[in-house]
Design a protein around this ligand. Structure first.
Ligand code: NAG
Ligand code: NAG
Ligand code: NAG
Ligand code: NAG
Length: 478
């Protein structure tokens, strides 16, 4: 991601923190002087000027990026962002954590650790979660008690506040691209001995346990497997260089494009979690054999553009189906019909691409980090204005309703075996020892953190004690 592209740095704007901005800061709030040595630059808005926010920097709410390595500005800066409706200061400087003007703390889900959470959690501050990566990166967020700690979310789920569901689909044109290898040529390769199905995976031992499924499938149908997982074929030398073996490289595309079918199994299973595993074969003109999001059909171009593993009762049935398609050019071509624009009939997909404000590799649109930052900024300014109006005139203006996330914003299920019942798995199996445990330990951490927050604890390292006492209480049946 080219995060810095959105920055146009303007001359530093002067100092805020002069004079008493807030009264009533006490106790836990740090004095303003802690901030006076910070320098502020100003960024112009990617939406162009025009928001009506007249306030100088020293009156703006602050958004703190807790995970500084995702901070979508120059590292270490504090900057003014001018969003659609209002402006904020954004920083990754943790000195502002307990400051009254700090309205929201933004977290990157993959880096979020309960034992490093910003505590005590202040009542006037919201927490915002950005998590576009795999559910496997942090199962804490999949538990209801964990996700409810956040007020705003940007996740792959359509239910999140700022959904990133189609983040791996750059555009409609990406789908419409003509197949890298035409069907006649794919058939020639078949006759020359190429398998119908490609598997190329080097990240083994993942929560979706995909290799266990593929291992079973491979006993019923020929699969060429080039990655580290279940490898049965060497890559051609010219593709060994991994820098070309992943992206849009033409030689890579024409190599993988020879295959009629690509096994496309996500590393973690969750509704609406779809990655390049799904969209890239479609771009290349190959039919994905997909498992990942259970609701993937909601987003596909039409009802015959991918083969969904979960539609088949067994790997044997799936293999039979693939074999029939392999023998039937007309039926196979049916699966690539969406390459003709009029055959893309899924309005949800079309509208999703049309209505998202962020772009993928599109310089004319904001990236979704800056987009979410502005989403939070505008929401926080609305909330602050509503709180202020309420204080002025409580009879006329109600306090804004609390806003918090729930498990529909993430909510990924307990990892289950890729094939067969969990009881049939060897207790020493690596997957079994890793992922179900990780999922339940993440629940402990979520509960521990919720307890720290509820008890207004300042030291996040007390997490382990809280987890312990929750376990003890539970064992006593309370
Ligand atoms: C939470 O703890 C801080 C000190 O760490 C204290 O200043 C603050 O008043 C406490 N808040 C509540 C609601 O008890
Ligand atoms: C797809 O939808 C069409 C028309 O709605 C229907 O006739 C057809 O049976 C469907 N195909 C599949 C594979 O579900
Ligand atoms: C933010 O979420 C927390 C915890 O879930 C909740 O207690 C608080 O009221 C929410 N804040 C706002 C402003 O909605
Ligand atoms: C969960 O959040 C979604 C979207 O923010 C909301 O529509 C839904 O009503 C919430 N569900 C519950 C059970 O609160």
């Amino acid at each position: 991601m080219a995060l810095c592209l959105w920055l146009i740095v303007v001359a530093p704007v002067c100092c805020w923190g002069q004079g008493p901005v807030d009264t009533g800061d006490s106790g836990v709030f740090q004095p303003q002087s802690a901030l006076t040595d910070m320098e502020f630059a100003s960024v112009s808005t990617y939406r162009g000027p025009g928001n009506p926010d007249p306030r100088p920097n020293n009156k703006l709410p602050i958004l703190l990026w807790w995970s500084s390595n995702l901070f979508p500005h120059f590292p270490g800066d504090t900057e003014r962002v001018d969003c659609a409706h209002s402006s904020c200061l954004v920083t990754s400087n943790r000195k502002v954590q307990l400051y009254r003007r700090t309205a929201s703390i933004i977290f990157y889900g993959t880096d979020f650790r309960a034992y490093e959470a910003p505590l005590p959690r202040l009542a006037h501050q919201t927490w915002a979660l950005f998590h576009e990566e795999s559910p496997m990166n942090n199962y804490l967020l999949s538990h209801s008690v964990g996700i409810r700690l956040f007020n705003y979310t940007a996740t792959f789920r359509r239910e999140s506040d700022y959904p990133l569901t189609l983040q791996w689909l750059p555009s409609l044109d990406y789908l419409l691209k003509a197949p890298a290898v035409p069907l006649q040529e794919k058939n020639r390769w078949r006759r020359a001995g190429l398998a119908p199905v490609l598997y190329m995976q080097s990240h083994c031992d993942v929560p979706s346990d995909r290799d266990r499924y593929v291992q079973e499938l491979i006993t019923f149908i020929e699969i060429d497997s080039y990655g580290k997982c279940l490898n049965n074929k060497p890559l051609p030398d010219y593709l060994e260089d991994t820098s070309t073996a992943t992206g849009e490289d033409r030689r890579f595309m024409s190599f993988v494009g020879r295959y009629k079918f690509h096994l496309a199994l996500e590393n973690g299973l969750c509704p609406d979690y779809m990655t390049e595993k799904l969209w890239r074969p479609m771009h290349q003109g190959c039919v994905p054999i997909y498992r990942g999001s259970s609701s993937v059909a909601d987003w596909l171009p039409n009802n015959h553009s991918a083969i969904l593993i979960d539609d088949f009762p067994s790997p044997r049935d799936l293999a039979e189906f693939i074999k029939t398609l392999d023998q039937d050019d007309a039926e196979y071509s049916h699966y690539l019909e969406y390459k003709t624009p009029s055959k893309i009939t899924n309005l949800r997909l079309l509208e999703g691409l049309e209505s998202r404000e962020w772009g993928v590799n599109d310089m004319s649109k904001p990236n979704y980090l800056n987009g979410f930052e502005c989403f939070v900024c505008d929401r926080e300014n609305e909330r602050l204005a509503a709180v202020k109006a309420h204080r002025k005139n409580p009879q006329q203006n109600l306090l804004p309703q609390p806003k918090m996330a729930n498990s529909s914003h993430m909510g990924c299920p307990l990892p289950s075996p890729g094939y067969g019942p969990v009881e049939s798995i060897d207790p020493n199996d690596g997957w079994l020892q890793m992922w179900p445990q990780d999922y339940w330990q993440s629940l402990d951490q979520a509960e521990g953190l919720e307890s720290l927050v509820r008890h207004n604890v300042s030291d996040p390292s007390l997490l382990w004690q809280h987890i312990q006492s929750i376990a003890v209480r539970r064992a006593r049946g309370r």
